[in-house]
Design a protein. Structure first.
Length: 136
């Protein structure tokens, strides 16, 4: 039996999380997909901490933002990055834990988040129903 690469593990984890979002209904899918598509650009433009702060602000009023933040937290926890251990994520939440990171750990978390967000975008495009199919 061969071991999986980190990229394969990211893909499996993300697809599993996106399928759970799909199974929660069309309304969540309609809100989840634009957030997934926009979060990667926000990380590149504003940085990981600012992008997560924006997402964190929407959590109370938007189920899709809450679901995406939980999904990203779960995937980053499985990546076992320094500074983003399960106790710190539980205590501070992902945005708080990211704000508490040192520079090197922050750069690693940003790179891993961007890699995950590419898979989130691919999974959302492949998993969620197309708008054209809904109108047909």
């Amino acid at each position: 039996m061969t071991a999986q690469t980190r990229e394969q593990q990211r893909a499996l984890d993300v697809y599993a999380r996106v399928r759970t979002a799909r199974d929660k209904g069309k309304a969540l899918c309609a809100e989840y997909k634009p957030r997934v598509n926009g979060l990667g650009a926000a990380v590149l433009r504003d940085g990981l901490a600012a992008a997560l702060a924006f997402l964190e602000r929407e959590v109370k009023s938007n189920a899709a933002a809450q679901h995406l933040l939980e999904d990203l937290t779960w995937c980053l926890e499985r990546a076992r990055l320094p500074g983003l251990s399960e106790p710190s994520l539980k205590r501070l939440g992902l945005p708080g834990a990211v704000r508490a990171l040192g520079l090197n750990e922050y750069m690693l978390a940003t790179r891993e988040s961007l890699r995950l967000l590419v898979w989130f975008r691919r999974a959302a495009q492949a998993t969620f129903p197309l708008e054209e199919r809904e109108h047909a």
